[in-house]
Design a binder for this molecule. Sequence first.
Ligand code: NOJ
Length: 751
Amino acid sequence: MSRPVPIRLRIALAAAVAALLALALLLIPRDSAPPATADNPNDAIEARIDDWLSRMTLQQKLGQLQQLDADFPSGRLRDDQLQLVREGRLGSTLNGRGAAATNAAQRVALEESSLRIPLLFSFDVIHGYRTVFPVPLGEASSWDPAAAELSASIAAQEARAAGVAWTFAPMVDVTRDPRWGRIVEGAGEDSYLGSVFSAARVHGFQGDDYSRPDRVAATAKHWVAYGGTEAGRDYNTVDVSDRRLREFYFPPFRAAVDAGVATFMTSFNEVNGVPATANPYVLRDVLRREWGFDGPVVSDYTAIRELIIHGVAADDADAAQLAVNAGTDIEMVSRTIAENGERLVAEGKLSEATIDEAVRHVLRLKYRLGLFDRPYVDASREAAVLSDPQHRREARRIAGRSMVLLKNDGGALPLSRDLRKVALVGPLADSQVDMMGTWIGDGKESDVVTIRDGLEQVYGSRNVRYAQGCDAPCRSSGGFGNALAAVRSSQAAVVVLGEPWDWSGEASARSRIDLPGKQEQLLKAIAATGKPYVVVLMNGRPLTIDWAARHAPAIVEAWYPGSEAGNAVADVLTGKVDPGGKLPVTFPRSTGQIPIHYDEKPTGRPFDPANKYTSKYLDVDNTPLYPFGFGLSYTRFALSDLSVSPGTIDADGSVSVSATVRNVGRRAGDEVVQLYLRDRVASVTRPVRSLRGFSRVTLQPGASQRVTFRLDRDDLALLDASGRSVVEPGAFTVWVSNSSVGGLEASFTVE
Ligand code: NOJ
């Protein structure tokens, strides 16, 4: 039997417990600042961050700067990572995903750690999360920014429903080197087109408020000039003038900032001797001071530790110090900051104020994402969002809009829907994984409609004779016999050629960009049968396909169309959809022409085939195989009635340029009307033409539309020799055209 505790002792005990509780509450950091209100949301967020910073230990602050790679297939955090979460030493993860896995990890952050700052889950949602859309280079071929915005918004819905709040996209690197495998992840060779797609994708991912349950924070990557990698080899050296940075590499990033992009990622490469991850010029001077960017900058994967291999840091501590002082906030995967930060502060090599600034960027992102208010996702929504049939319908539509008709002699396409026997040949025709290209998010191979599936839907499975011919690398011609037999016994053949999905993307540079292995041999053998055939290309970069360009009756560039590939290809081949896309990148005749791009400088000796002493090759023409902006349609269009008004403006004025586009063929179709500009005489050399506007229109046969563009200061300005942005007086030429070659031409003058 226990004795009753005297009342005075009980009161004393209760008081002691209450005092201890009060002390504990004071010691545990918590979000105690005033809540955000409608009129001061930003001020309230900053006040809350101040509050956090005043309570966090240095180790907890360093924890917010650490990002680790969760287990990829499962999307779950590993036990050692969960332990770091408990200890307040992990701020974010990549590859952690799925409502159950992210909620479980979040619960550890919020219930088992003393810190109680929510975890942030990031992932490479590049062209779709579960529903896979065309690769970004393909989608840019649509010249339809609304399509890119929509696909990004669907990707955001799916990703956020699965607990992912932050995507490492859009990749807005421009490049003139198709040997570089990562060309597939961007919008091609042009800075203007790249800027339009950059803004569209940022809007698509983020909307106006990325705290919403159907939006994610976007990342402009890779900052910067990654596409200038020497020889097209991934991760290689970049040496680039400030003019080239500002005129060519920066604009798509600037467009992302203007669109409100939440985060930036550094690039692996050096920029003029200083690796981008430790480069104060690009990170602090340009991004923070000039552009006023206030979100976090994440390093690329282990890029901070790689500063040692670059040869600019002696050891991990040195690498951490260089990166943080230069302005990189979050360390992806390597742990140099977390492991050395305290010592660096003690030694005065890193100030706590600099660390606080980096932590502020991270916490700001977490607040803007609404993670403090809604840290968990509603797991009951996930399955329905990921399997929403509307997403697949849009994937099919956007894939159709992304295809480019490169050739169509004698109306070889569209194929009649009445064919009774169609041969389908080629290594990629029935390969689910190859339909999606690189970076497929959480896409599932088994969900993919192949070209074989798509054609069988149209013609019936008994009428489609499929034979692979060879696998994608096509080293053996052993299967050619079967393929030729299928072609000979059919009325027409569809030949699907190109690169396997992993021949472009990260770490996938090629020194020759032709069709792999014996694929061209297979094509020649099919041509020799005398049967009608058409070629469908699937690839992540321009290819040198000189023979096919000269001999194949028709070529459709399909890129990697995504989950709905087969249906979209069948839509285009059978004319249900008019292929209205245009190339966002030049196709060279030979690899030796690289870098080749439409907006070259005139030089003092421009190409003249009749004059040896001009800028040209002895063994190949200067012209591309297919120029930037090029693409045919099943119908024909005519441009007319170009007008430019006014004819003379002052330096701050603007010009309106209009032309009429008419469908002069017999089918409905799409045309992309393009506006190019040239400053005729300036204090510095200017490109022979620069894209400054475009509009994709759909027209019924006989219908016409007036298309109007506006050119203003931003379009006319150049950087003078001292780096100032000026509009110089003189004549400008404009072209309205359907590719970067030719077009209607007019001029105006700046006084
Ligand atoms: C390395 C790639 O360069 C980058 O684009 C990607 O976001 C990260 N890995 C994370 O997967």
